[in-house]
Design a protein around this ligand. Structure first.
Ligand code: ATP
Length: 328
């Protein structure tokens, strides 16, 4: 695959970190080198692009990272990049290094920034979905989501042991400000009695009905999984509200928080990141630009910025149905 116009590819991670980002960096670097291109790592996302913090990467410099969480290139959120002046500074640094194509690994914000850069300066760019939330349409899975969900399930299993021993009602909060993917699937896998997600409006009264139904059978221990973006309150708020209404339960709260971002990526995330990294570089060399590479029904797909941004990755209704049947 030759594309003489592209000689130097820049790769960076941006927005929230996600396990599997390193595997994606490794794939981008090695694929670039495989096609005789030079690859440069841009440190700290758009912040490093604006400051010119750019390093050359070789095939060996991405050795021993496939199994590591976080991102060796670091990540950041940059206010300055949201301005045209900031993006001009960033572009001038890319030009100085001779970088003529970009691969970003990040979420919808990172993709938006990249879209502006491509529009304003014509630099070819492909985005790889790297975010634990699985909130991007145009791909069945984002890098990091599988690992984060497995981490949540492991935590739920541990909480279940103590909940049962003490007959306690636990509210477990998982990540997901706008997306219930982690909550739904960790809830199903962890055997939760109820799953509360931003996309679905379970009322507080519905929750009370579900909990008090258990009183008749003397059921005191239960696990409720709550996505942080729940419309009826996070785990702490819900626990407080339930305690105000009933003293039947011994209620505890666990907020899993940043625990879900770290750790060694699962095999699934490593393979996904490897496939998407290869496809991102091959896509750029074949002329793809202003697109996100994704995987749909096990096939690599490229979707334009317009078809992804401001579209919601709908929660799978079948999963919600299954969760309800199994929580009786
Ligand atoms: P996550 O889903 O993990 O939050 P993200 O990529 O959506 O990841 P954001 O913080 O939303 O994370 O975006 C990352 C960076 O992308 C921002 O700090 C900013 O520099 C750039 N960015 C986001 N939105 C825009 C925009 N509208 N214009 C220009 N740049 C943007």
């Amino acid at each position: 695959m030759t594309n003489e116009k592209i000689k130097r590819i820049g790769v960076f991670t941006s927005g929230g970190d996600a396990p599997g980002m390193n595997a994606a960096i490794r794939a981008v670097v090695r694929t670039g080198i495989y096609y005789q291109k030079e690859v440069f790592g841009i440190m700290r996302g758009y912040e490093g692009m604006i400051e010119g913090d750019i390093v050359k990467l070789g095939a060996r410099s991405v050795g021993n990272i496939i199994q590591r969480g976080g991102t060796i290139l670091k990540t950041a959120r940059s206010k300055e990049f949201r301005t045209k002046e900031g993006r001009l500074k960033a572009y001038n640094n890319l030009k100085k290094e001779g970088i003529d194509a970009l691969v970003a690994i990040g979420g919808d914000g990172s993709f938006t920034g990249l879209h502006y850069l491509t529009e304003e300066f014509g630099i070819p760019a492909v985005c790889i979905p790297g975010t634990i939330d699985n909130d991007l349409t145009g791909t069945d899975y984002t890098i990091g989501y599988d690992t984060a969900t497995n981490t949540a399930v492991e935590a739920i299993d541990k909480i279940r042991d103590t909940a049962l021993s003490h007959n306690r009602l636990f509210f477990i909060e998982v990540m997901g400000r706008n997306s219930g993917y982690i909550a739904v699937n960790s809830g199903i896998a962890g055997g939760a009695a109820a799953i509360i997600i931003p996309e679905e409006t379970m009322s507080f009264e519905n929750l009370m009905t579900l909990l008090t139904a258990g009183e008749g059978s003397s059921k005191k221990s239960n696990l409720i999984v709550v996505a942080e973006g729940s419309k009826i309150g996070g785990a702490t708020e819900l626990a407080k509200k339930v305690a105000e209404r009933s003293d039947y339960f011994d209620i505890k709260v666990t907020v899993l928080g940043h625990l879900q971002r770290g750790g060694s990526p699962t095999y699934f995330d490593r393979v996904l990141a490897s496939k998407l990294g290869v496809a991102a570089v091959e896509g750029i060399l074949k002329g793809q630009t202003d697109v996100m590479v994704g995987i749909r029904n096990s096939k690599i797909v490229y979707n334009s910025f317009d078809s992804i941004i401001n579209h919601v990755h709908e929660i799978d209704q079948e999963s919600l149905r299954i969760a309800k049947i199994l929580s009786i």
